[in-house]
Structures are given as C-alpha cells and as structure tokens.
Design a protein around this ligand. Structure first.
Ligand code: ZN
Length: 146
C-alpha cells in the first residue's frame, strides 16, 4: 500500500437520491447531502434553531457538555459562518457608505468654494465697472433693503 488516499475505500453505500457511492460509515451523501441514517427529530430541531442568528449556533458549538451530532454541528457551523459573513459584509458596507458620503460632501464643499470664488470675482468686477448686477434672489432682496 503506497498511500491510502490514492485508493478510495470500497463503496458500500449508494445514495438513493443521486446514486453517489460512499463508504459504509458515511452519515450523509457527499454528492447531495442526503441523510443516509435517520436524523432524530430533536437534532433536526436543534439544527434548525442554529440558524436563529449567531447566538444559538455559538451555544450549540461552544457550550461544554453539548456534544451534538455531526448533523447539528454542521448546521451550527454553517450558521456561524453565514452570519459571520453577513456581519462582516454589513460592516464593510457601512464603512464604504461613510467614505462615499464623506467624499460627496468634500466634493460639494470644494464646488461651493469654487462657485463662491467665481461669484466674488464677477461681482467685484461688475461693481468696479459701475454695473448694478443682480444675483437671482439675493439681488432682488438687496434692492428692497437699500
Ligand atoms: Zn446523494
């Protein structure tokens, strides 16, 4: 025997759903995940509960004296990974949106500054040339106030 991994163990079980062959000790079909041995109802409930956010999954996995079946542990881990990815993506999205908002405000601020500078130049020039140059709303107000 050179290497055990090069010789797959003889197939002793065949999945009734997808006909994948697997060793006799397999609990689940590696092809489609079909349960090859009956899953107790309590384990199914626990596995389903594992998806109610991170907390039950973490409790199922890390609480001492809670050595559940591979079925429950699989779903608990899957829930942890899924919720972990969701939380991580949410944080990234919030950070990115904050950066985007900051960038937009910065650009608007620069635009406003440029517009103000442009107006200052134009209005100063018009006044110096002796023109009564009215800005849209503000000029009308100034006309009333003088
Ligand atoms: Zn299968």
């Amino acid at each position: 025997m050179a290497a055990a991994s090069s010789n797959p163990p003889p197939a002793a079980l065949v999945c009734p759903k997808c006909e994948t062959s697997m060793p006799a000790i397999a609990t689940f079909c590696p092809g489609c995940g079909h349960a090859m041995k009956g899953i107790p109802p309590a384990d199914r409930v626990l596995a389903a509960l594992a998806y109610l956010t991170l907390v039950p999954a973490a409790v199922l996995l890390f609480l001492p004296g809670n050595r559940h079946s591979a079925f429950v542990r699989f779903h608990a881990w899957q829930s942890l990974l899924l919720w972990g990815a969701f939380v991580l993506l949410s944080i990234v999205a919030i950070l990115l949106s904050n950066i985007a908002a900051t960038t937009v405000f910065l650009l608007l601020g620069i635009l406003a500054l440029l517009a103000m500078f442009f107006l200052w130049v134009v209005l100063s020039l018009k006044a110096w040339q002796g023109e009564l140059f009215e800005l849209p709303v503000l000029g009308m107000l100034a006309g009333r106030l003088r």
